[in-house]
Write a protein that binds this ligand. Structure first.
Ligand code: SAM
Ligand code: SF4
Ligand code: SF4
Length: 369
C-alpha cells in the first residue's frame, strides 16, 4: 500500500500571527500610536444612497450585499470587543452601512455597555446614524446603555437633502430623530455634515444657524477619497479653513483645545455663547500621527486605515478553534506592525494624486466611517 501524504493546509491567511502577545492595555504600533478606538460595522446595508458613500449606480438591486451567515453575530462581536478592550480600547462606535437597520441592535449595546476599560472606567459607547429610524429607536437604545449618538445630516434645505440621500428622504424626519435623541438624553449629540463643493456648500450657514444654541455640536467633514466608487475629485473638496471663514464671517468663532489626544475634529466656539462647532479636515490636514482607530468590518475583518485595501480575517479565528488568548495575540501582532498613514502621505503629493490602487480600496459602508 502506498502512503499518501496529506499536506496540512493552514486555514488562516498568513497575515495572522498567533505568536504570544499579551493584552496589557499598552499596545502601540510602529509610530507609537495606541489602540483606543474601535469602530464596528454591524451591517453593510443602508436605506440611503448618499453619492459620496453608496452611489446608486453601484449599490443597486444587483449589488451583492453580504449574506446573513457572513455577518458576525452579536456574541462574536462582543467577544472581539472584549479582546480589543483588553488591548486598550476605551471607545466603541457602532456604524455601518446604517447600524439601526441591524435587528435587535439593543441586545449588542447591552453586551458592550457592561464592559469596562483596562483602567476600570465605563466604556464610551456611541453610534453613527443617518437618523431615519432614530425617532423610533432612541429610547430603546438609551435604555440598552448607549450613551450618545452622532447623526449625519448634509443640508437643512429639503430639496438638497433629498437629492443627496438619493432616496427622497425628507429632512424633517431626520430633525425629528435628533429631537427625540435630545429628549431621551443621548448626549452630547454630534451632527456630521459632509461638505461637497458645488453640492451643499450653500448649506454651511443654514446648518450653523440651525444648530447654534441647540447644545448639539455641528461638525463639517471634508469630502474624502474613501472607497472606490464615489468618483472623488479634489475640486469637490471644500477645505475646512474656508468653511470656518464662511461661518466666522456671520457668527464669529474662536478655536478651542482638543478634548483628548487623537480627536479627529478641530474645535471652535461661537464668541456669543452659541456653542461649539468642529471641522474634520482629513484631506487638507491629515491627522494620521494621532490615529488610534481600528475598524472591524461587518464580516469580521480588521482594517487599520480607512484607505486600506485589505483587512485581517478575525472571523476565521472566531469560527476556528482558537481561544481568546490566541485571538488577542493575533490582534496584538497586527497592531504592533501597523504603519498606516495614508492621508499624511497623500497630502505630501500633488492634488488628485492617489496612492496605491484606488479601485481596490474598501468601501466606507463596509468598514464604517
Ligand atoms: N449610515 C450612518 C451615517 O451615515 O451616519 C453610518 C455610516 S456612514 C459610512 C459614517 C459617516 O461616514 C457619515 O457621517 C458619513 O457622512 C461619512 N462619510 C461617508 N462617505 C464619506 C466621504 N466620502 N467623505 C467623508 N465622509 C464620508
Ligand atoms: Fe448610508 Fe451613511 Fe453611507 Fe449615507 S453615509 S449611504 S447614510 S452609510
Ligand atoms: Fe488613520 Fe488612515 Fe485616516 Fe491616517 S488615513 S488618520 S492612518 S484612518
Amino acid at each position: 500500500m502506498t502512503t499518501r501524504i496529506i499536506p496540512i493546509v493552514n486555514q488562516l491567511t498568513n497575515d495572522l500571527n498567533l505568536a504570544h502577545f499579551s493584552a496589557t492595555g499598552l499596545l502601540a504600533d510602529t509610530l507609537a500610536r495606541p489602540l483606543r478606538d474601535l469602530r464596528i460595522s454591524v451591517t453593510d446595508r443602508c436605506n440611503f444612497r448618499c453619492s459620496y458613500c453608496m452611489p446608486s449606480e453601484v449599490f443597486n438591486k444587483d449589488y451583492a450585499f453580504l449574506p446573513q451567515t457572513s455577518l458576525l453575530s452579536f456574541e462574536e462581536i462582543a467577544r472581539l470587543a472584549r479582546i480589543f478592550v483588553a488591548h486598550g480600547v476605551e471607545k466603541i462606535r457602532l456604524t455601518g452601512g446604517e447600524p439601526l437597520l441591524r435587528k435587535n441592535l439593543e441586545v449588542l449595546i447591552e453586551m458592550l455597555a457592561k464592559m469596562t476599560t483596562v483602567a476600570g472606567r465605563p466604556m464610551d459607547i456611541t453610534l453613527t446614524t443617518n437618523a431615519s429610524l432614530l425617532g423610533k429607536k432612541a429610547q430603546s437604545l438609551k435604555d440598552a446603555g448607549l450613551q450618545r449618538v452622532t447623526v449625519s445630516l448634509d443640508a437643512m434645505d429639503d430639496t438638497i437633502f433629498r437629492r443627496m440621500n438619493d432616496v427622497d428622504f425628507p429632512v424633517a424626519d431626520v430633525l425629528r430623530g435628533i429631537e427625540v435623541a435630545n429628549k431621551v438624553g443621548l448626549l452630547p449629540i454630534k451632527i456630521n455634515m459632509v461638505v461637497k463643493r458645488g453640492t451643499n456648500d450653500s448649506e454651511i450657514l443654514p446648518m450653523a444657524r440651525h444648530f447654534r444654541h441647540s447644545g448639539n455640536v455641528l461638525r463639517f467633514i471634508e469630502y474624502m477619497d474613501v472607497g472606490a466608487t464615489n468618483g472623488w475629485r479634489m475640486d469637490e473638496v471644500l477645505p475646512s479653513a474656508q468653511v470656518i471663514a464662511a461661518v466666522n464671517a456671520h457668527f464669529p468663532v474662536a478655536p478651542i483645545d482638543a478634548n483628548y489626544l487623537g480627536e479627529t475634529a478641530e474645535r471652535w466656539r461661537y464668541a456669543d455663547g452659541g456653542g461649539e462647532i468642529g471641522v474634520i479636515s482629513s484631506v487638507t490636514q491629515a491627522f494620521c500621527s494621532d490615529c488610534n482607530r481600528a475598524r472591524l468590518s461587518t464580516e469580521g475583518k480588521l482594517y487599520l486605515c480607512l484607505f486600506a485595501s485589505g483587512g485581517h480575517d478575525l472571523r476565521a479565528l472566531l469560527r476556528g478553534n482558537y481561544n481568546d488568548e490566541q485571538i488577542a495575540s493575533a490582534v496584538g501582532n497586527i497592531w504592533h506592525k501597523r504603519d498606516d498613514r495614508y492621508s499624511e502621505l497623500r497630502a505630501a503629493l500633488p492634488a488628485d494624486t492617489q496612492i496605491g490602487d484606488s479601485k481596490k480600496r474598501v468601501e466606507m459602508s463596509y468598514i464604517g466611517g
